[in-house]
Design a protein around this ligand. Structure first.
Ligand code: FES
Length: 204
């Protein structure tokens, strides 16, 4: 199935911003994921035709970067950092808590499509280690017990929008510094313009 008109229009606007069409590959992949929650085969075909490179070339970029998902994720993507600063701050126990609560191994999604769990490399919050993200919203200073509380709260309340500040206040500990930048959707995001995908749509 081809992309719908609105998404195609957006794609064409993005392509116009670059001197060469193929330079728009990254933003177009993000556009695909923002709509579908992952990079579907249809999107690979569509992007290939939009920017004039082969489907294999599109797929090779999409599969290289771990934040482009190859399959649909659950409603809440739990990304637990396993890199060195978090590792020496007890992230392995936070990981065990999340895995125990969800019953998931790395990159698995539960049958209800509620949680996807993944262990990830550094997410740029080393000063507040151990750090976890829910739908790419960061929480710092989590303990193993607080990780369980976080998962329970998500399961019980199923919030439509994930807000980093709210999760930090409820479940986080010491923060590295106040780096979050408000965006125009009411959430905050570590990188301007890189907004929570999927959950935001229900708010609009
Ligand atoms: S090492 Fe975990 S956020 Fe950097």
């Amino acid at each position: 199935m081809r992309w719908e008109t609105q998404r195609l229009e957006k794609a064409k606007q993005i392509i116009k911003m670059y001197p060469q069409k193929r330079s728009a590959l990254g933003p177009l992949l993000y556009l695909a994921q923002d709509k579908d929650g992952y990079i579907s085969n249809e999107s690979i075909v569509e992007i290939s035709s939009l920017v004039g490179i082969t489907e294999v070339q599109v797929q090779s970029v999409a599969s290289f970067y771990s934040m482009y998902k190859q399959e649909p994720t659950g409603k809440y993507l739990l990304s637990v950092c396993k890199s060195i600063s978090c590792e020496i701050s007890n992230s392995s126990e936070v990981i065990e808590s999340v895995k125990e609560f969800t019953g998931l191994s790395n990159n698995e999604t539960d049958d209800q499509n509620l949680f996807t769990y993944e262990s990830v490399e550094c997410i740029g919050a080393c000063g507040g280690a151990p750090a976890v993200q829910v739908n790419y919203e960061t929480i710092e200073g989590l303990t193993p017990d607080k990780a369980i509380d976080l998962c329970s709260w998500l399961k019980e309340t199923e919030p439509k929008v994930i807000v980093a500040d709210e999760l930090q206040e409820k479940f986080g500990g010491v923060k590295s510094f106040d780096w979050a930048i408000e965006d125009n959707t009411g959430t905050s995001s570590p990188v301007p313009g890189f907004q929570t995908y999927d959950t935001l749509k229900e708010k609009k």
